[in-house]
Structure formats: structure tokens, C-alpha cells
Design a protein. Structure first.
Length: 195
């Protein structure tokens, strides 16, 4: 696993040596950052369900001002810490151990421009996850939720509207914003050499 672009390009990250963590593939990360490229520079980013920290570190590499990593697995928190140290970006981030929904209540005073969510594909209540993210999202912010292709996600919550979905292999990236819905139609297909 490596950083794809930016100041940390080609930097290798430590991968998990334990079960239960499913890092976002380099291919899907590249697709994601191609879509959100203009939103990253200068952004305050929340990497929820951070796992290895790859999404947040990629954000820093591409110019994000600050990243808050949140994960409730102590092994993942240690792994994120190791990857942050390897990349030398400890001054531009904070790592919090806890469940995102609970932690988001404490982060309400620190709104985020960009929230990247990669919960376990077995996460039961994605609507609650999105509501927690909405509580700490800036007015013009963006939430991106990665989920299993076989699973539907809410077209809207009380605070967010799905504006776009991209299918890549077995995964989907769902994009959520505040404000009037601009078309949450059929998901787009992204070419994935793994299909």
C-alpha cells in the first residue's frame, strides 16, 4: 500500500498484520481522490473508521491542512500512529480512539470540510453513521462513504443528500452534501481492471 500522489508520493504504508481490517485499495483511493481533488487543498479532513490511515495521509500528501483520524480498534490506532510517524506528518493530524458516532459529538466545535468514511461492510446503521458525520460537516462540506456494492445506502438523511455514486469492483463510493439534491440517480460505473 502506497501514497499515490502529492508530497508523500510513493511512500509505503504499513499494512495490517491482523484480521478484520479491509484497507481501501490503491485503485479505489485513486478514483476517490481524482473526484475530490479540488476539495482537498487546505481542507480540515475527518478520516472516520480510519483503519490504516491511508485516506487521511493521502489527504495530507495532497495539501489538506489537518486530518483527524478516528477508529475504535486499538490495533488500528497503533497502525495509524506508525504510518503517521513513517510519513513525518504528526504535526498535521490527531488520532482519536473511539466509535465515530460518539466521537463526533465531541468534535462538534471543529467542523470538517471533507469527511471520508470507510466503515466495516457489516456496519448495521449507515444512516446513523451519516448523521454523525453531518453533525460535524461544514455547510459546503462533502461526506464520502465507501460501502459494499451489494448494499444500499440512504438516498438522504435529515441533513444530507446523496449527490453521486461511483461503482468500482465490489465497492461503491457514495457522495453526500447538504442542500438541494442534484440527482442521486443510478450509480456510475468506473472501470476497474479487477472486474
Amino acid at each position: 500500500m502506497r501514497i499515490i500522489a502529492g508530497t508523500l508520493k510513493r511512500r509505503r504504508l504499513v499494512t495490517p498484520g491482523f484480521e478484520g481490517l479491509r484497507p481501501t485499495s490503491d485503485k479505489l483511493r485513486e478514483t476517490l481522490f481524482n473526484v475530490i481533488a479540488t476539495r482537498v487543498p487546505g481542507a480540515n479532513v475527518l478520516d472516520g473508521f480510519a483503519g490504516t490511515g491511508a485516506l487521511g495521509i493521502e489527504s495530507i500528501s495532497r495539501g489538506a491542512a489537518h486530518v483527524t483520524f478516528v477508529d475504535d480498534d486499538r490495533r488500528a490506532v497503533a497502525l495509524i500512529g506508525e504510518n503517521v510517524r513513517r510519513c513525518g506528518v504528526g504535526d498535521r493530524c490527531v488520532i482519536i480512539r473511539g466509535r465515530l458516532i460518539e466521537v463526533s459529538r465531541r468534535l462538534a466545535m471543529a467542523p470538517f470540510d471533507l469527511i471520508l468514511l470507510d466503515p466495516p461492510y457489516t456496519e448495521r446503521d449507515l444512516a446513523a453513521v451519516l448523521e454523525g458525520a453531518a453533525a460535524v460537516l461544514t455547510r459546503d462540506g462533502l461526506v464520502v462513504l465507501e460501502h459494499d456494492r451489494r448494499r444500499d445506502t440512504p438516498a438522504s438523511t435529515s441533513n444530507l443528500l446523496r449527490t453521486r455514486s461511483l461503482i468500482s469492483g465490489a465497492s461503491v463510493l457514495a457522495f453526500y452534501e447538504r442542500g438541494p439534491q442534484r440527482g442521486a440517480g443510478a450509480p456510475e460505473r468506473v472501470r476497474d481492471d479487477g472486474e
